[in-house]
Design a protein around this ligand. Structure first.
Ligand code: ZN
Length: 473
């Protein structure tokens, strides 16, 4: 339920240059609209030899985009507006705010996946979500899709941010992931078995006001005992989850590592696939070009969960290399979902995930589209955010330098604004590389240590190897 707040919100540093209610002009050296450019691997970039370029904000919306004289002319025609404030950011690039299409807000990524908070579980998870929201905004992420949160804390967070009670990205919420009894992420609290049980779960999520319904099409690497290479539901069961979600007006997203689960979810008609790692029963990623073609044809959005640390993991064992480049070549709509919030993926590592996506073979222009306009469409916010154009929410960032030359400049934020209001970023600590941590925690015996694909697949392959050597009698 959205409540209107009469509070003066929230405690701030008091130094915001844009308040989200007045008219304002923001200019910089160049502007990325979030659209593709004239060639396949270019972006639409606005520059003007004689002037700065930027946006005119009418409160929370974008009222004009262009060179400064055009913005000033447009400002003069805004009804009832005094001359707008002009914020000029020399040397900077203005662009749409960044989007993470796959986050877990109730956890930090620096702790275990399901911390034990005893009787105060809901309270702690809710506060964690508020903290995650602030951390994401501090690294320039202005919209997210929450693909799993216990007790629907993401729904409450979405409404609190929308009401202005808290600062954070615009949230699209899925509530707890639907899974099978003891299946992947059963701890999230939405276990189903059989068609009636599925109907009830989807309808209950609808009653709790989710935006997206997320289900676990295969096992996962962070739930011991689940099998990532196997599907968890029949095609008929998945089709029911999808049709019931669509009937109630929701998008439907599936977690799928194994090829069998990707295939069934594609047949079932999902809108979004998380991971798509094509893990086969051989215990490694084995790309299926025919299936990729069908995913592309169906228009499914796919996050390959390429995180900041993935290149190091792939260098250690290339059987985890996600086929992100191949998927893109087959025309699949790749988006930037990082699974942030699960162990070892803190929300603040967002830009590292974009750099990793480029390292894994996606052109830089594609990475930027995947993180802005395409991501917005993937989470149901087409026409709302992810593009700097008239009528869109004024969700924008400015960075020092030019991200079309180097994605690293996305860390040099000069401005973050949601719905036209500046957010003064919190300082966020840097991160040790996974390779360094791997050295530090030899043995990984602690309960807090995450389960990694190499452990689960290693055990599986070892069993298969031993069985193959067993006498066939
Ligand atoms: Zn996830």
């Amino acid at each position: 339920m959205t409540t209107s707040s009469t509070w003066i919100t929230p405690p701030t540093a008091g130094s915001e240059r844009l308040d989200g209610t007045e008219a304002a002009i923001v200019t910089a050296d160049r502007l990325l609209t979030g659209r593709r450019g004239s060639t396949e691997t270019s972006l639409e970039v606005l520059t003007d030899p004689g002037h700065r370029v930027g946006v005119l904000l009418d409160g929370s919306r974008i009222a004009a985009v262009g060179a400064l004289p055009a913005l000033q002319a447009a400002a003069a025609s805004l009804p009832g507006r005094t001359p707008p404030r002009h914020l000029d950011l020399e040397g900077a690039t203005l662009m749409p705010g960044l989007i993470d299409t796959h986050v877990h807000l109730a956890t930090s990524g620096t702790d275990v996946e399901y911390p034990d908070y005893g009787d105060l579980e809901i309270q702690h998870l809710t506060l964690n979500a508020a903290r995650s929201a602030r951390e994401l905004l501090s690294v320039g992420v202005t919209a997210v899709q929450s693909l799993g949160a216990r007790h629907y804390v993401d729904v409450a967070l979405r409404d609190a941010i929308a009401a202005g009670s808290l600062r954070g990205p615009q949230v699209r919420a899925a509530g707890p992931q639907i899974t099978t009894t003891s299946g992947h992420s059963w701890q999230a609290g939405s276990e189903v078995d059989g068609l009636d049980s599925i109907r009830h779960a989807v309808r209950y999520h609808h009653k709790r006001d989710v935006d997206t319904v997320k289900f676990m099409a295969t096992g996962g690497f962070t739930t011991g005992g689940s099998a990532p290479w196997n599907a968890q539901f029949t095609t008929e069961e998945m089709a029911l989850i999808v049709s019931e979600s669509h009937r109630l007006g929701h998008l439907c997203a599936a977690h799928a590592h194994g090829t069998q689960g990707i295939d069934r979810a594609t047949v079932a008609g999902v809108d979004y696939l998380a991971h798509a790692s094509f893990v086969s029963t051989a215990g490694r990623s084995e790309f299926d070009p025919g299936l990729a073609d069908r995913m592309a044809e169906a228009g499914i959005y796919v996050d390959c969960t390429v995180t900041a640390e993935l290149p190091a993991l792939v260098a250690y064992d290339d059987s985890f290399a996600p086929p992100v480049r191949l998927l893109w070549e087959h025309g699949v709509r790749v988006v930037t979902g990082h699974d942030a919030g699960i162990p070892a993926i803190p929300h603040r590592s967002y830009v590292g995930g974009l750099e990793a996506l480029e390292q894994m073979g996606l052109p830089r222009s594609e990475v930027i589209l995947a993180a802005t306009s395409r991501a917005a469409a993937a989470i149901g916010l087409a026409g709302v955010t992810g593009v700097l154009a008239v009528g869109y929410d004024a969700d924008l960032i400015a960075v020092e330098g030019d991200p079309t030359q180097d994605l690293a400049v996305l860390r040099c934020l000069k401005l973050v604004a949601t719905k036209g209001r500046e957010f003064v970023a919190d300082p966020v600590p840097g991160l040790a590389r996974r390779a360094e941590r791997r050295g530090q925690q030899e043995g990984r015996d602690s309960q807090a240590a995450p389960l990694w694909p190499d452990e689960i697949l290693g055990a599986y392959r070892d069993r298969a190897r031993r069985a193959a050597a067993h006498p066939q009698v």
